[in-house]
Design a protein around this ligand. Structure first.
Ligand code: MRU
Length: 370
């Protein structure tokens, strides 16, 4: 998608053909900064500190991180060490493990001297596949948006989204926002309600920034606003992304998603989830019981970071000293609250049967420990 009118991706190989360029998302929306990753530790730090974040991008970054690890040590030990270091950076987004497994499978049976090239090849494919998948999600979701547009007599379709599942969360296009960008490019009139998404404000900082860069009309709202908007007919549909979808169609996504899905159900607002197939984890069934929910630093909850009127970036405390805080990163929306899953192979019901039928090659994966 575009930054200052220029087509840009979130991750790329630098001209040296081995180091990895990323947008440092911790600096957005106030500064657009790119940085270069040259080692396993730098890649692990970039994922852990959320310079790169969002499930599909975490996967692509982990894939390249393992390439960097192998460059330094292509032995079995080097592979294991790189895999383990990257796997523990973020616990919830399943794309991380999926991508590491893909790289490991691509190199494991290769002689040592061929491993680095094989790893870079597979990492580049993972990045390209992500773009192609998201374009297909865009087309499939756009058809849905067009259906709503047909009923609006020329008024914009109001789409509510939570967190950031736009192109910054992927290699390009995004998942939840791919349908929005596709519809926008086709000239469909639309407007996006952007949940700010405390505590890290990925909505206010990242979704608003990328929609603005692309010229898509949008309005940032406090996280608690969605229910009110839905009661007053101001939301036509919700589309969110996801960090992991279970075999039965439960959706794990940024904290607060579940509450939006409940409000949507109560107000008959269709609630859709955009997802690429690597985000499906067929080894888990009951998302509430089985998905590990990342608990993040208490500082994120107790503070806010922003730009002062004289241009300085400052972090201030918003919670009294001494108050306990908790910071759960994700929640799980049960499949029964979801109107449809927008996948690269079509819009499908959030059910075990539909997921298995649509992705039979993935559904064959045996549950962990079996
Ligand atoms: O903690 P983050 O920023 O990595 O969270 C991920 C997200 O942005 C959302 O949960 C998103 O909706 C899913 S990733 C496409």
């Amino acid at each position: 998608m575009k930054v200052d009118g220029k087509l840009t991706r979130t991750i790329w190989l630098e001209p040296d053909t081995w180091s990895v360029g990323i947008i440092d998302q911790t600096q957005l929306p106030h500064r657009y900064v790119t940085t270069r990753l040259t080692t396993l530790d730098e890649a692990a730090h970039a994922i852990k500190s959320m310079q790169v974040r969002g499930a599909p991008l975490i996967g692509a970054a982990a894939a390249y991180g393992l390439c960097l690890a192998l460059r330094n040590d292509a032995s079995d030990q080097g592979l294991e060490n790189g895999y383990a270091t990257l796997l523990k950076t973020r616990p919830t987004a399943i794309n991380l493990k999926w991508a590491l497994d893909e790289i490991a499978a691509a190199v494991r049976n290769q002689p040592r001297e061929a491993r680095v090239a094989a790893a870079y090849r597979r990492a580049a494919e993972i990045a390209e596949e992500d773009v192609v998948i998201n374009q297909a999600i865009g087309r499939n979701g756009c058809a849905l948006i067009e259906k709503f547009a047909a009923r609006k007599n020329g008024a914009p379709v109001n789409v509510l989204t939570h967190c950031n599942a736009g192109w910054l969360a992927a290699v390009d296009w995004g998942t939840a926002l791919a349908p929005v960008y596709t519809a926008f490019e086709k000239g469909v009139k639309l407007h996006v309600w952007v949940d700010e998404t405390r505590p890290r404000n990925q909505g206010a900082a990242l979704t608003a920034w990328e929609l603005g860069q692309h010229g898509v009309p949008h309005t940032v709202i406090a996280d608690n606003t969605g229910g009110h908007l839905m009661q007053h007919g101001l939301v036509d549909m919700a589309i969110v992304g996801t960090d992991r979808v279970t075999a039965q169609g439960d959706v794990c996504n940024k904290i607060g998603t579940y509450l939006k899905a409940l409000a949507a159900k109560d107000n008959d607002v269709p609630f859709y989830v955009g997802l690429p197939s690597p985000t499906i984890d067929f080894s888990v069934v009951d998302g509430v019981a089985e998905i590990p929910i990342e608990e993040r630093s208490h500082d994120e909850q107790a503070t806010m970071t922003g730009r002062t009127s004289d241009g300085r970036i400052e972090t201030v405390r918003v919670v009294p000293d001494g108050s306990a805080v908790a910071n759960y990163g994700f929640d799980v929306t049960p499949a029964r609250l979801i109107s449809g899953l927008i996948t690269e192979r079509g819009v499908i019901p959030a059910t075990r049967a539909a997921l298995a039928e649509t992705f039979p090659e993935r559904a064959g994966v045996q549950p962990a420990g079996s």
